[in-house]
Design a protein around this ligand. Sequence first.
Ligand SMILES: C[S@@+](CC[C@H](N)C(=O)[O-])C[C@H]1O[C@@H](n2cnc3c(N)ncnc32)[C@H](O)[C@@H]1O
Length: 280
Amino acid sequence: MNRRTIRAASHTGEDRQIDPLQLHKAFAIATRGFSTYSLHPDDFVCDDTIKGGRTVNGRTGFFRHRGIAHFTIESLLELHPNPDRPIEILAAPSSIGCEAFGFAALGVRKGLGGKAGFNIDAFDCSERFTALARQGCYPIEMVRNMEESWRGILLDPDIVHDRFVNVRRAVKSRVRFLDHMFFQDFSPQKKYDVVMVNNLLMYLNDDEREQAMKVIVSTGAELLIVNTDDRVFSEMPPSLPYIHVKEHPVWADTPLAESAFLHTDYHIWARNKAAPEQHI
Ligand SMILES: C[S@@+](CC[C@H](N)C(=O)[O-])C[C@H]1O[C@@H](n2cnc3c(N)ncnc32)[C@H](O)[C@@H]1O
């Protein structure tokens, strides 16, 4: 391999040659110099301003929501112990790819989908984040606080070009980063078993949120994973308009309609009444 380029396999399988200095710089810009949060040193800034001047930023981290990833995978193992097809997962927004890869690493580790395995379709509205996510490799600064055991399930042991680590091929192959788009404009091309929107709803206005709910319904998913990040939430007005689960046609008849959405950190909403309610 040319010493001045780095080889990164995209989701389509083709290898692309990228200048490592440029790639490192692009990650440094997106994370404001690999800024972490003192309370959560595994979380990085993700910062971009997309067309139209809309700033899309926040935090991301490989195992940022390890609790919800764990419970989601356990729920899916229970719902689909031995599927004859891969479990299909939609994960958005995916930022620079960390969370999707972290989830996939745990999924591989826990044998999600059995022999059939699982697929994650991930996307974000930021073109820049999507390009970085598709590399499947990260500057070592981004894994400096990661415990060895987590590293082992996510990353190849080798450091490449003195400054990058690669996501393991077995993990990378589970995740496909779709072209960048707004969630509310997404049109599913297949049925999904689970939709993970994490804290996306906080970024949407009323109309966008209503549209996003239609998208969620159109995926046919039986599980919807939402989290509210309390630290972000506490900086926002208490009247932050979330979905009214009780009134929503899809979720109104589920046990989760009764849950105190605004006062908890994580939610797994089971659309299928027979599915066990999971509430972390
Ligand atoms: C705090 S990050 C969430 C991190 C994300 N859950 C992950 O996997 O890393 C917020 C992300 O939402 C994206 N975003 C904001 N509004 C969006 C929208 N309407 N559709 C899709 N992505 C959006 C931003 O670009 C940013 O990457």
